[in-house]
Ligand binder design. Structure first.
Ligand SMILES: CC(C)(COP(=O)(O)OP(=O)(O)OC[C@H]1O[C@@H](n2cnc3c(N)ncnc32)[C@H](O)[C@@H]1OP(=O)(O)O)[C@@H](O)C(=O)NCCC(=O)NCCS
Length: 195
């Protein structure tokens, strides 16, 4: 997990899209219901990764065996964004469809960046419909068209804790908490084709 400069971010996005596209080439499972869900997840993943702004104020990447499996971009409050001036705004957030835990690890880092930048760990996002459940699981609440996280709110006392200036999620000890690729993932060739 690390912050990326603009060049690293561009490379990571390209790599991520190539890997996810290889997954799309292999095709979803033969089960019809799962296959519909998988297709939608793949479509959303590629759409969001394709529009990801490498020039955002902060780009954080989660890597497994050197491959990017999740990316999140954050902006300081500014013109045209969220009216909430006391939170960093999540612009894009995406993880590899066959990974698990990367979203959680990225959100801990995003809250930590918010803490270090003087926003108290607070985050705000215009959530895509399919992602609302994930945001709720991580302690976000809906406020109008926005979803917001305040990790130090009383409601989040059981979900988040501050260690120094780092925010950590309090996870269910019965659940696995490592970031991992859940199944074999076909990887694109190591030099991804230029789009
Ligand atoms: C939204 C997204 C980034 C979340 O990442 P992720 O890799 O699934 O996150 P994790 O595996 O770390 O899961 C984080 C938590 O959310 C929960 N979660 C994930 N998807 C969920 C869903 N669809 N419904 C309910 N909860 C969900 C997990 O169970 C986990 O909870 P826990 O840690 O308490 O057990 C990912 O689903 C994604 O890339 N979606 C497509 C792109 C998209 O819509 N991005 C959002 C743009 S606003």
């Amino acid at each position: 997990m690390r912050a990326l400069n603009a060049d690293e971010a561009e490379q990571a996005v390209r790599r991520f899209i190539a890997d996810v596209r290889s997954l799309a080439d292999v095709g979803p499972s033969s089960d019809v219901a799962t296959s519909r869900q998988q297709k939608e997840r793949l479509r959303n993943t590629l759409k969001i990764a394709g529009q990801l702004d490498e020039g955002a104020d902060f780009v954080l990447g989660c890597f497994s065996a050197g491959r990017p499996i999740g990316l999140i971009t954050l902006n300081r409050p500014g013109e045209g964004g969220s009216p909430n001036r006391r939170a960093l705004e999540i612009e894009d957030f995406v993880t590899h469809p066959r990974s698990s835990g990367a979203g959680s690890a990225l959100m801990e880092q995003a809250a930590t960046v918010s803490q270090r930048q003087g926003y108290g760990g607070k985050l705000v996002v215009l959530a895509q419909d399919g992602s609302r459940g994930a945001y709720e699981a991580m302690g976000f609440i809906t406020e109008g068209i926005w979803m917001t996280l305040n990790p130090s709110s009383p409601e989040n006392r059981d979900r988040w804790r501050l260690e120094g200036d780092q925010w950590r999620r309090r996870k269910d000890p019965t659940k696995e908490s490592t970031v991992r690729i859940t199944r074999d993932v076909p990887l694109a060739p190591s030099t991804p084709p230029t789009p």
